[in-house]
Design a protein around this ligand. Structure first.
Ligand code: NAD
Length: 368
């Protein structure tokens, strides 16, 4: 059975789906591994390292047409889907709810399409969960970016010339990315406040040494999968009123608020930005899902009333070495999950609970 890995083509994407340590694990299972030359070049990995691990180089076209399992970080083009072998498996992030044409093309071609975003957020699946592994690193990258853009220190310092007070960082949305942002800002010595609509998060925020901002929103709760529920317009208004005060007192605001399958809620309005101190920095980590901040623009950093509003996409790519290591490990774990020990083979079982969650197309049908 052939596993194929192609280079990413999306502008600015520096991650690779597979690193050499994963190749070693595939080869041990008896797979043949084909990879596109230069796969690890953005990670300073030479082709020789993949070859030493047991992989073979091939042209992109050959890899796509020959692979039984094709791996990549981002979604494929329709053209490349049509070059794939019928009955093969495609595993990547797919954004299936916004990419109907890709999903239809996969079904038409008879491809089993796995959407990594749809892997259930269960304990069993944690080691395959690319959303978590990448969001975690994005949380780190966001704080480092903010620290670089702001014109003051994060930690408190006592110097002969006087005491420097710590920067104030406010993290809105304390899921995987937000919690890592809190932890990173704390490590850098900032004073950190945080808020999330899921009440269970309060303890996690406090255990990282940050202060949880209290807002009386009434019933908020979470879905059975642990995701936040969308707030009512009245609740969102109440939230904004409290957030406005904390933003005005903060030097850095990092927003990560997402509602699964929906556009991100707008939490920071232009009026709230106008009340912030000039020189402050906002990082809108939800920008690729519509954004939490009015005026934020994808891949730009406008100054709004003296506040820098950063809307950079693909933050995990800024730490592409670790992001690729994590992504690659997630993929190996996913493939090993479908390893049938008796038959000593990879067998995708559409009735397996975990596979059921993320299998988008199979045997000519769109399943979700
Ligand atoms: P996410 O990326 O979907 O959302 C980010 C955060 O935004 C969430 O914490 C959410 O509650 C919050 N949010 C939504 N609306 C908000 C608002 N108006 N104001 C402030 N915050 C708002 O979340 P995620 O990081 O993917 O995590 C979602 C859930 O999945 C969490 O409960 C997490 O613990 C859980 N999870 C479980 C596993 C596992 O067990 N395998 C793995 C990862 C995540």
């Amino acid at each position: 059975m052939i596993i194929g890995i192609v280079k990413e083509t999306f502008p600015g994407e520096l991650r690779a789906a597979i690193v050499p340590s994963a190749v070693t694990r595939f080869i041990k299972k008896g797979f043949n591994v084909l990879f596109e030359p230069g796969l690890g070049s953005t990670l300073n990995l030479a082709d020789a390292e993949y070859i030493t691990a047991g992989a073979t180089t091939a042209s992109r076209k050959d890899i796509i047409s020959k692979a039984n399992i094709l791996l990549r970080v981002r979604k494929p083009s329709i053209e490349e889907i049509r070059q794939m072998a019928s009955g093969s498996v495609h595993i990547s992030l797919l954004d299936p709810f916004n990419e109907k044409d890709i999903v239809t093309a996969m079904a038409e071609r008879g491809i089993s399409g796995i959407s990594l975003e749809m892997i259930p957020r269960t304990t069993l699946a944690q080691k395959m969960d690319t959303l978590s592994s990448q969001a975690n690193l994005a949380g780190y990258a966001a704080v480092i970016l903010a620290a670089e853009r702001i014109n003051k220190l994060l930690p408190m310092m006592m110097t002969p010339a006087g005491t420097i007070s710590p920067a104030r960082v406010f993290v809105i949305g304390a899921g995987v990315a937000g919690l890592q942002a809190i932890a990173t800002a704390k490590r850098l010595g900032a004073r950190v406040d945080a808020f999330d609509t899921r009440p269970v998060v309060k303890e996690q925020v406090q255990s990282l040494g940050a202060k949880f901002v209290e807002v009386d929103l009434g019933e908020t709760g979470q879905t059975k999968d642990g995701y936040a529920k969308a707030l009512t317009p009245e609740q969102l208004e109440k939230q904004r009123a409290v957030m406005a005060k904390v933003c005005a007192a903060s030097n850095i605001v990092i927003t990560t608020a997402l509602i699964f399958g929906k556009k991100a809620p707008v939490i920071i309005t232009r009026a709230m930005i106008a009340a912030m101190k000039p020189g402050s920095v906002i990082i809108d980590m939800a920008i690729e899902s519509g954004g939490n901040v009015e005026g934020a623009v994808l891949n730009e950093e406008p100054l709004i009333n003296g506040v820098r509003v950063i809307g950079f996409g693909n933050l995990p790519s800024r730490v592409c070495v670790n992001a690729s290591d994590m992504f690659s490990a997630n993929l190996v774990n996913f493939i090993e999950h479908s390893w049938n020990k008796e038959k000593n083979a990879f067998i995708l079982d559409p009735d397996n609970e975990l596979i059921k969650g993320c299998l988008i197309t199979h045997q000519g049908k769109v399943l979700k």
